[in-house]
Design a protein around this ligand. Structure first.
Ligand code: GAL
Length: 330
């Protein structure tokens, strides 16, 4: 009898040891906006003000790597399902050369990456602020790579056609033309410039979209209409989003109103737009991406990703604590 009891106890102990050693399942099957999101290594995803690129069956997420406040370069993650993200390291590091425009002490914000099929290069644009100058420089920085995850080579920075350039996004249209949408004139103007064929610089085709003191532009296209979501200009603090629509990227842009719905809708759910990603293989499926900034600890700023719905043919973004891809089937 004693032997059986001992053997049972040993078996229970062994099972417990095995269970304790079993790795925690890290995969997730849903989006939980505003919660802490971890990568495949169990570390907080550090990719703020970011954007996605779908390339050869994989999504890549580029964003600002932040310390408590420092700008630490551009990070990149990869995923097949948009929930589970593998850390791919740094896409663009800060330069160790103190003379470099991307040396420590400056800012690299809101990176976006697009692929140029003609040159076969991945091209990154971001908002660059020069070391020790706060937000004065207001320039667009450009970097390039043969490989999607980088490392990207920093090329140069400029003010497109002489205009200040702070918050920004990139957009590639169906015909392969690419555009840079950016906050200019101390953020009072939102402008759009067409990129050169190699996507490395701005052409002189550069137009004022509107002068509403807006930033954080995020754009998508549905049924030949372009939709643009922007935020107001209140630094890290949240404010009310607005939605504009146009049949041409060069306008005229018509203000529709605030597309957010639910608690804290008038403060973009305590967040700020950064990008809109079409979901591959699904019709009219778009993910609105925003940052819930934490200015006391920027690296712990949270991600608010929400599906865009269409009500009476108008985009609506409703708060959800948790959601998954079954929203698209409805
Ligand atoms: C916001 C901008 C952010 C960051 C922040 C700094 O207006 O959208 O990207 O620059 O200001 O206060």
């Amino acid at each position: 009898m004693k032997i059986i009891q001992l053997a049972t106890a040993a078996l229970i102990l062994w099972v417990n040891v095995c269970l304790a050693q079993a790795p925690e399942p890290k995969s997730t099957a849903s989006f939980k906006p505003g919660e802490r999101w971890y990568d495949n290594k169990g570390e907080l995803i550090n990719a703020h003000g970011g954007g996605l690129l779908f390339d050869k069956g994989m999504y890549y997420w580029f964003g600002e790597k932040r310390g408590q406040s420092a700008s630490q370069g551009i990070s990149v993650y990869s995923s097949t399902d948009l929930h589970n993200w593998k850390a791919e390291g740094m896409a663009l590091e800060k330069s160790a050369d103190p003379q470099s425009e991307i040396a420590v002490g400056g800012l690299m914000e809101r990176p976006k990456v697009i692929y140029n099929p003609k040159t076969k290069k991945y091209v990154m644009w971001f908002h660059l602020e020069l070391p020790r100058q706060g937000y004065k420089a207001a320039r667009a920085g450009v970097a390039v790579s043969d490989k999607v995850t980088g490392p990207y080579t920093y090329l140069n920075s400029f003010r497109p056609n002489g205009h200040m350039s702070r918050d920004m996004t990139l957009y590639v249209d169906d015909d392969g033309s690419a555009y840079h949408i950016y906050s200019a004139r101390e953020n009072y103007d939102l402008r759009i410039t067409k990129l050169t064929d190699d996507y490395l610089s701005a052409t002189t085709q550069d137009t004022l979209m509107f002068s509403n003191h807006r930033e954080a532009p995020a754009v998508f296209k549905k049924d030949k209409q372009y939709y643009l979501i922007t935020s107001g200009c209140t630094g890290w603090a949240p404010n009310q989003a607005s939605l504009h629509v146009a049949t041409s990227l060069f306008g005229p842009w018509k203000l529709i109103g605030d597309p957010m719905k639910g608690p804290m809708a008038d403060k973009t759910f305590d967040g700020q737009s950064t990008y809109i990603q079409p979901v591959q293989g699904k019709k009219d499926a778009f993910i609105f991406m925003a940052d819930r900034w934490n200015p006391k600890d920027l690296k712990d700023s949270r991600y608010l990703w929400l599906p865009i719905k269409f009500e009476n043919a108008q985009p609506v973004i409703e708060w959800m604590d948790e959601w998954d891809s079954t929203v698209w089937a409805k």
